[in-house]
Design a protein around this ligand. Structure first.
Ligand code: GLN
Ligand code: ZN
Length: 751
């Protein structure tokens, strides 16, 4: 029985790699200096793992940018357009982030995480061949520290399935088999017994029969005379487990946190080794060590214990490094969480308990601390608020349903709001200038008074409202100047939500995020946005939209507590935000937008779990929004356009108006509306805000006309895509003016 982790974070506990990367990109340090930092970080991370008693320590989990991109390099899957760049590392960065003359490869989310990978571009005619210099170097470094490492590779099927493929997927996978074989032979030259972890998480996402046939074929070939362990994570992979049991692989590393349905029977019966990934690599709450040990014991009673290993559910990449820099965090909350380093201790102690091995003094301390944390979490007043719990248990159907059906209330809203046909609006934010960021920082750091801060923000709101009136927009916004982030802004004002000082998690490349910690029952002690929005409304006779972040998005971008169901936490969040909706309405706001930017990415990876997610996610949105009068208009916004498989769910949210990102997607969204229609009013973005270019009026007219071909004019709103806050005023002003003028021109023709 051994301990392992699937992978370890690499950005550095003080984000050293981020700093070095950015310094290199801006020409401040040399390539050698960057490589030196990388090497030092790798060593530090291996030593951490070694000292914590982890037996199987990975190499090749390090990356300058992303492991999928590393795999492209390993397989020489380099598109022609980058071949003119001589320097290897610069070519690598050009593929990742572009340079003056090269466009970057696309980036997208790694399964249902907030980590983004660089999407490989593959074609059948590529000259695939092995390049394992990076791995060799890391192997040598690890050996120097006395570590015999396992090598992490992304398996060929997951690699290809997640790529953009020109030509036949299967043909490419078949072409890659000999390349992987060669790589394995090369690795065996380093050590004939070398352990190779092949990541195939693709197989947790409802693989087809053909996928499974391919899986069998690939691993029959690759695992013939090598120590191959296939890792799946983020869900169970029962279908794959059964197939792989028939191949010569040594074993599998499985996720027992998210894939609690994981079956190991087929694997065990076939004599395979099984890694029980019981320590959560995706969330930060302490593991219940004794409970996990008992679980593993039960699971493995009938099994040769040499064949069972204990580790993390997935790479620890998705959690922060260490609690040691959390000097300001509430001591209780701190005792309830584990970052990567603390998780290593959990893995070691669980392993010892399962094996009935004697605990060291330090192990005992870890275990005692853990038991105490588990106990206090059950009863702490910081977590448990009976009032909130009662509110959730007293929810009734009435709380989840608007009082009047859409067809009736939309008429009342038109009377109430009096907007024209093809009404114009924006998604909420306006440019965030450096001065604005400084203002918020100064306020946060106590450099300026609250009074000064508020008056400055109000000045900006006023200017923003005046601008919107000057171009004749129909439904206005206040501009969101007081927010640096749509989740953090609300999280900071809610009970039950905490923030870390150093809880950084890599999002992509050098970029990290610090997700809020939803640790306890959530409630809203006081108004969060009312002052700003009523001030904005006082400046205009046009309707002012109140802007809120929805409950599902709040959850999907946070570390969510694991001591109650996500549904319960979502309902608590929904009620807290509902309180703000009510307050806005009471203060005279007639249009309220509840953004659910992250609803889509919260979808489970397995089809059989979708219905449950949709049920609580949609219900949460409805709890938040159903409280308003029929004549109050509810908007929502979503940042993506792949809607074909979730249209029913979107419609079931029962918003009156939905704005959707559209401009970058070749109107793919519109095809769906054409095919199936849509109940409510809709604002598909009419121009792409991701570029500084100002779209002409003519261009926008054309776009509106394209929309009118698939949607009746009386349902269409005219708005840009989201993200105005990332643009400059010089770009936003003319663009929006052209948009309003375009809407007017089309309106005239409709008369
Ligand atoms: N209201 C937010 C904004 O305009 C929405 C952000 C988003 O869509 N992610 O910035
Ligand atoms: Zn958006």
């Amino acid at each position: 029985m051994a301990t392992y982790v699937i992978g370890f974070p690499r950005i550095g506990e003080q984000r050293e790699l981020k700093r070095a990367l950015e310094a290199y990109w801006s020409g401040k340090i040399s390539q050698d200096e960057l490589k030196k930092t990388a090497s030092e970080l790798r060593k530090r991370h291996w030593i951490y793992q070694k000292n914590a008693g982890i037996d199987l320590i990975s190499i090749n989990d390090f990356s300058f940018y992303d492991n999928m991109l590393d795999t492209s390099i390993m397989l020489n899957a380099i598109p022609q357009k980058y071949k003119d760049i001589e320097n290897e590392l610069d070519r690598y960065f050009a593929m990742a982030r572009g340079d003056a003359t090269h466009k970057a490869q696309e980036m997208t989310k790694w399964f249902n995480t907030n980590y983004h990978y660089i999407v490989p571009e593959l074609s059948e005619d590529m000259d695939f061949k092995p390049n394992i210099e990076k791995i060799k170097e890391e192997y040598k470094e690890a050996k120097e520290l006395g570590i015999e490492p396992k090598v992490n590779l992304i398996g060929p099927i997951t690699f290809v399935k997640l790529s953009k493929v020109k030509g036949d997927e299967k043909a490419i996978i078949e072409k890659l088999i000999p390349v992987y074989k060669e790589i394995i032979q090369e690795l065996k030259k380093l050590n004939p017994q070398i352990i190779i972890q092949m990541d195939e998480p693709y197989f947790v996402t409802n693989p087809t029969k053909e996928d499974l046939e391919l899986l069998e074929k690939v691993y029959n070939e690759l695992a013939k005379d090598a120590n191959i362990y296939v890792a799946t994570y983020f869900e169970h992979s029962n279908e794959a487990n059964e197939v792989l049991a028939k191949t010569p692989i040594k074993g599998m590393f499985l996720d027992f946190v998210h894939g609690s349905e994981n079956s190991i029977k087929a694997l065990v019966d076939a004599g395979k080794e099984v890694g029980i990934g019981i320590v959560n690599g995706r969330n930060v709450w302490v593991n219940d060590i004794e409970k996990s040990a008992a679980f593993v014991k039960g699971l493995t009673e009938a099994v040769d214990s040499d064949k069972v290993h204990i580790g993390s559910s997935c790479s620890l990449l998705h959690v922060p490094y260490t609690l040691k820099y959390e000097t300001k965090m509430d001591e209780d909350i701190k005792s309830w969480i584990s970052y990567a380093l603390e998780k290593l201790d959990e893995i070691r102690v669980i392993n010892k308990l399962v094996k009935d091995e004697e605990l060291s003094e330090y192990d005992k301390e870890v275990l005692e601390g853990n038991k105490l944390a588990i106990a206090t979490r059950k009863t702490s007043k910081k977590i448990h608020d009976p009032i909130v719990q009662d509110r959730v248990s007293n929810l009734t159907e009435k709380d989840k349903k608007r009082s009047v059906p859409f067809e009736e209330r939309i008429k009342l809203q038109h009377e109430n709001l009096k907007y024209p046909i093809l009404p114009t609006t924006t998604i909420g934010s306006f440019p965030q200038t450096p001065e604005l960021r400084k203002l918020r920082r100064d306020y946060k750091n106590g450099v300026i008074s609250e009074e000064k801060y508020k008056s400055k923000i109000k000045e900006m709101i006023k200017e923003c409202v005046e601008f919107q009136e000057s171009i004749d927009l129909d439904v206005l916004v206040h501009g969101e100047f007081e927010r640096n982030d749509m989740v953090e802004y609300f999280g900071e004002q809610l009970n039950g939500v905490a923030f870390s000082q150093n809880g950084w998690v890599q999002s992509y490349g050098s970029r990290c995020v610090k997700p809020p910690l939803i640790y306890g029952d959530v409630s809203r002690p006081k108004d969060m946005t009312v002052e700003w929005i009523t001030y904005a409304q006082s400046l205009t006779d046009k309707p002012m939209k109140g802007m809120l972040t929805g409950p599902v998005t709040m959850l999907n971008w946070s570390f969510v507590r694991d001591d109650q169901s996500k549904k319960t936490t979502a309902y608590q969040m929904a009620l807290a935000i509902r309180d703000e909706v009510e307050a806005l309405e009471a203060a005279g706001i007639k249009v309220i937008q509840v953004d659910e930017a992250a609803l889509r990415e919260g979808y489970p990876l397995r089809n059989e779990k979708r219905a449950d997610y949709e049920d609580w996610a949609i219900t949460s949105f409805r709890i938040t929004t159903s409280v308003v009068k029929p004549e109050t208009q509810i908007h929502t916004h979503m940042c993506y356009s792949e809607f074909s498989d979730i249209m029913d769910a979107i419609e079931a949210m029962d918003a009156d108006v939905i704005s959707i990102e559209n401009a970058r997607s070749d109107n793919s969204l519109l095809k769906i509306f054409k095919e199936r229609g849509y109940k409510g009013e809709i604002g598909p973005g009419v121009y792409d805000i991701h570029s500084p270019r100002v779209p002409s009026k003519e261009e926008i007219v054309e776009q509106i006309n394209a929309i009118l071909e698939v949607l009746p004019a009386k349902k269409v709103w005219v708005n840009p895509d989201c993200g105005l806050k990332t643009r400059k005023w010089e770009e936003v002003k003319p663009s929006l003016k052209n948009m309003v003028d375009a809407a007017k021109e089309v309106r005239e023709k409709l008369k």
